[in-house]
Write a new protein. Sequence first.
Length: 544
Amino acid sequence: MDPEQSFEEALAGLREQYVAGCAERFDRIESLLEELSAGPSNRRALRDLMIQFHGFAGSGSTYGFPRVTTLGFEGERLCEALLKANAPVEERDMARCRDLLESLKSEVREGAAEAGATRDVEVRMPPFDILVVDPQAEARLAIERLALAEGMSVRAAATRAEALEKLSQRMPDGAIVEARLPDGPGSGLVEEIRSFPEGERLAILMLGEPSGFINRVDAIHCGADGYFDKPLEGKALLRRLTNLLERGRTDPPRVLSVEDDADQAAYIRAVLESAGYSVRTCREPRHLAADLSTFRPDLVLLDIELPEADGFALARYIRQQEAYAALPVLFLTTRGHLDSQIESMRAGGDDYLVKPVAPGLLLSAVASRIERARFVRSLLERDGLTRLLTHTAFLERGREIAEGRRQGSTRPAALILMDLDGFKSLNDRYGHPAGDGVLCSLASLLRRRLRQSDVLGRLGGDEFAAIVENIGEKQAVRLMERIREEFGTIEQASAGEPRFYATFSAGVAVLEPGQDINRWRERADSALYDAKSEGRNRVAAGGG
C-alpha cells in the first residue's frame, strides 16, 4: 500500500478486499449446508459452519457492515446450540441457515454498492454502545458521563420495559443494570438479555446496595459479568467494563500447547480452534523459548511427560522470565496422583487437568485463566488517570510494530508524540485537579477520534503518544491537525475559576525500513521539538 495514499482510500481498498473475499466464504457455507443435508449428524461440518458464521460476526462491523455482524452472531449461536444438543440438524434449522446466508449476501451486496457510490467510509471502529438501566436519573447521568469520557455511546432506560424497547431497536455491546427496577428485578432483565440471539456476547454489569447479598447471588445466577456496590467507584466500574468489551475487539487469544503426542496435540488444537483460539503446538522443549518469543501466547498448556525435559522444569523456566511472570500455565497430563498436582503448584502452574479432559472443561479452564490474566495485565499496562497505555507498555507495542517492519511487513505506520502547551503554567494557575482534567480531556478525544486498533499511550506527565498504522505522513499530519483544532475548542473546567482552553503540539514520524523503536521515537521527538520551537499549537513532521 502506498504510504501517501489517503486514509479513506486505504480503508476503502481493504473494504473492497473484504467484499471480494466474502464470495469464497459464501461458497464455503453452501458447501457445508450440502454436507449437512446429506448427513444431518455431521458434527465436523456443523462446527465448520459455526466458524464461518463466527467470521462474519467478528468482521462485519469493522468494514462498515453492522448488519452482517448481527446475522453472523445469530448463525454462530444457532450452530453452537445445535452442537450442544448433540442431535441431528433438522430441516427447520437448515432453512434458517439458508435464510441467514441469503441475508448475508444481500447485506454485503447492498452495502458494497452504497459504498461504491459514496466512497465515504468511516475509518475508526464503531464506539462501544452501552445501555444503562437505572430508575435514578442522577445515577444514569453519572454513568453516562463516565462512559462518554471513555469514547463510548450511551443509551439510558429507567425501567425494564424501556430497556426491552431499546434492545429491540438495536443490541448494544454492553449493559449496566440496577438490581432493583420499578417493574421487576434487574436479574430478570439480565436473563432476558442473555436469551436473545446476540445476548451471550454482551458485557453486563449489575449495580446495587452494599448490603444486597441476595442481589449478588442473583447476579451470579442470571449471567452478569460482575456486581458493583452503590455509591459507585466510577473508575473501577469503567475499568471492568472496558476490559469485558475489549475481549471481542482484540485478536483471538493465543494458546501455546507443549505436547509431543501428535494425537493429543491434534485433539487440543481441534477443541480450542473450534472456540476461536489461535493455537501453536510446541513438540520439542528446546523450541519453547523461541515459541514464547515469537507467538506471544496468552496461555501455555504443558504436558508433564516430554522428551529432553519434564513439564515441571519448563514451568519453572517460564516463571524465571520476568516477561512471563503472570502468564497462565495449565498442566494437562495423564498423571492423576496428588504428588504430581502438588509439584505442579510448586513449579508455578495455575491449574491441573487430567487426560482425557472433556472439551467443556478444557475450554472453561482456558477461558477463565486468559480472561483473568488479560484483566490483570490491563490494570498493569494502563495509566491510572487517563486509562491509556503506560510508557513501558506503549513502547513495547511500538517495538513489536518496528520489529514486524524489519522482518518484512510493508504496512506503513506513523508515530505521533504530543505535548500539552504550557501545562505547568496551567497547573500553577488553575490547580492540579484542573490539570488532571485537561489530561483526561485529551485522552478522551484521542479515543474518540482514533481507531480502536490504534495504539494510544501516556508517556508521562503531559506527554502523549499514538501509533497509527496504514497511514502516510501527510495523512497523519492532516489527522492530527483536525484533532488539534478540535481540542483547542474544548472548554476546560476549574474550581472557582472561569473556564479556560488548552492546546497541544505534535510531532509525526513515519517508520522507515530498518529503523528500530529508539530511532523512530527520536525522529518523532525531533518533529515535536520543531513544532514547539515554531510557536506551539501546531503539528510538525519528519524529524531527524
